[in-house]
Design a protein around this ligand. Structure first.
Ligand code: SF4
Length: 194
């Protein structure tokens, strides 16, 4: 369903499963090469000022995508976050789904590592209600990012040091070709090489 595409796209763009209301630079996923979905005309909701956490976004040549916003946004806010969207419809919130204990533990570990925030926690029940398997997969993938430096080919631990990075020049220089490790332990590093 639509959320699968959203989850995949968000994973590629950010470390949060939640669409922040103020996000303005997220672009629509490119259209699949072999699929051409007819665009269904959609009218704007009667009350465009009403806020909702769930919106169905319509894009040219894409299936509609369900998006969870935290905090909730109005019609203009939903479209502003996705400039490529041509229409947005609010979706009734599904019944809240309890967060399984194991998934909550993974989420908490990610939050402790700075990978999720309160907005993500707020959106989690709705995301589980929309797509439990997709949400679990995203959180598991996020959790796997914790401590990536120590699993990276660019990680070196000379002498008694806690370790250095040899792959990024933008980090503070230590000596030789060694650089200090990032504060997030590589969780958000685009140069990770496992
Ligand atoms: S900062 Fe990035 S490149 Fe350097 S060791 Fe950590 S994950 Fe690897």
């Amino acid at each position: 369903m639509g959320l699968d595409a959203l989850l995949s796209r968000l994973e590629g763009h950010a470390v949060t499963p939640v669409t922040a209301a103020e996000t303005a630079d997220v672009t629509a996923k490119p259209a699949p090469a072999l699929v051409c979905t007819l665009v269904t005309p959609v009218t704007a909701p009667a009350d465009v000022t009403a806020r909702a956490a769930l919106w169905l976004l319509h894009f040219p040549n894409l299936d509609p995508v369900a998006v969870v916003f935290a905090p909730a946004v109005d019609h203009a806010g939903a479209l502003a976050s996705y400039p490529a969207a041509i229409a947005a419809e609010p979706i009734p919130e599904p019944p809240a789904v309890p967060v399984p204990a194991d998934l909550a533990a993974l989420f908490d570990a990610c939050a402790k590592a700075g990978l999720y925030d309160d907005a993500d926690r707020t959106a989690l029940p709705a995301m589980l209600a929309l797509d439990a398997d997709g949400t679990r997969g995203l959180i598991e993938a996020m959790h796997a990012r914790i401590g990536r430096c120590r699993r990276c080919k660019h990680f070196r631990r000379p002498g008694l040091s806690d370790g250095h990075c040899t792959g990024r020049d933008d980090l503070p220089h230590v000596y030789g070709f060694m650089h200090a490790l990032p504060d997030d332990g590589g969780a958000r590093c685009g140069a990770f090489d496992g």
